[in-house]
Design a protein around this ligand. Sequence first.
Ligand SMILES: Nc1ncnc2c1ncn2[C@@H]1O[C@H](COP(=O)(O)OP(=O)(O)OP(=O)(O)O)[C@@H](O)[C@H]1O
Length: 249
Amino acid sequence: MVTLTLDGLTARYGRRQILSAITVPPLVGGQVVAVLGPNAAGKSTLFRRIFGLLAGGGTVRITDAISERPVAYMPQETGVNAVLTVYESVLLARMQGRRLNVKPEDLAEVDRALDELGIVALGERDIGDLSGGQRQLVGAAQALVQNPEILLLDEPTSALDLHRQIQLLSILRRLAKERGMLVIAALHDLGHALRFTDQALILQEGRLAACGATDDVVTPELLRRVFQVEARIESCSRGRPQLIVEAAI
Ligand SMILES: Nc1ncnc2c1ncn2[C@@H]1O[C@H](COP(=O)(O)OP(=O)(O)OP(=O)(O)O)[C@@H](O)[C@H]1O
């Protein structure tokens, strides 16, 4: 199974240090990992550093990958500056780094990604004409169509309605298990993190405040210390953890 190890990662913008020595024990495929933290904690910077868009100290080690390009990345903001249909944009994402020699299996993968995300009906629409939420699902399709072993998603649910948030997180969880994929997603909804993710990395001011099984790590004490909210975690009638926020501190 693919494994990602982060060892002493640092990153800076100009002279400003953003990430300080982020060391994370091996993250193994088949699970969903949440990257959590307040605004400006360094979540997007960590994704850019892992994907190689940003240089810095420390090492990003990927072991036991099968493909040559095992990582796909969906940024927080997916710019739309091309006149392409949704289908074309997802196909283009599929062909990244390869000659534009489209094979039937490439088209099948595009169909599969659109189908997984429930956006087949958007296929012929221009991406520039989509709503924010629709565009976010297309961004997820563009990442998924690459059949990555490691999928990095920067706030993939921020523009989605509640139904689609739950749908996308459920799909990611299923695909992680089915394909042995390592899904790493930045999330602001800690309740969703508790329900849909196996592990969590908590960032605070560019440092790793905690990491481990989400249930173990997201505690009232951490919510107070890092997220500055007074909150409880209770079990719902189905035994799932439920986050109840009392107040901002
Ligand atoms: N291109 C850039 N140039 C300079 N500073 C940047 C740049 N991008 C981000 N920063 C700074 O780096 C820090 C971390 O930003 P980052 O976007 O990684 O945070 P984040 O945890 O993803 O935040 P959010 O939850 O608000 O999306 C912030 O202080 C931000 O102002």
